[in-house]
Each structure stands twice: as structure tokens, then as C-alpha cells.
Design a protein around this ligand. Structure first.
Ligand SMILES: [Zn+2]
Length: 62
């Protein structure tokens, strides 16, 4: 039951809501500064941490 709490954006310190059904690798983005983060589940717990999403370089070859 309800364990997910918002996390603070490392860039601007505003809150980023984490979905209750968040999964490993899910992308969330900060509404304030627009930075995208990837959710990483902490081993052995239900908590997630965030790391900056590695946005792929624009691939103009398509
Ligand atoms: Zn932010």
C-alpha cells in the first residue's frame, strides 16, 4: 500500500510525482524545468531513485 511519494527534482528542487504503478526504467519528467529522469528501483526496497535519463542523440537518419 501507498508508498510512493514525490521526489524532488535535482535540478530545480520542485516535486516530481511518482506514479503508484511506476516501474523500473520508467521515465518521468519535471514539469518545471523539463529535465527527464529514469526511475531506478533500489535493490531490496520499494523505493525508487532517479537518474538523469540518457536522452538519445537526435538521429536524423530516419
Ligand atoms: Zn526540475
Amino acid at each position: 500500500m501507498g508508498g510512493t511519494s514525490p521526489m524532488n527534482c535535482p535540478e530545480c528542487d520542485c516535486q516530481i510525482p511518482i506514479p503508484n504503478d511506476a516501474i523500473q526504467g520508467e521515465l518521468v519528467s519535471c514539469k518545471d524545468c523539463g529535465t527527464s529522469y529514469e526511475l531506478v528501483r533500489e535493490p531490496g526496497s520499494n523505493l525508487f531513485s532517479m537518474r538523469a535519463a540518457e536522452l538519445e542523440q537526435e538521429d536524423w537518419g530516419e
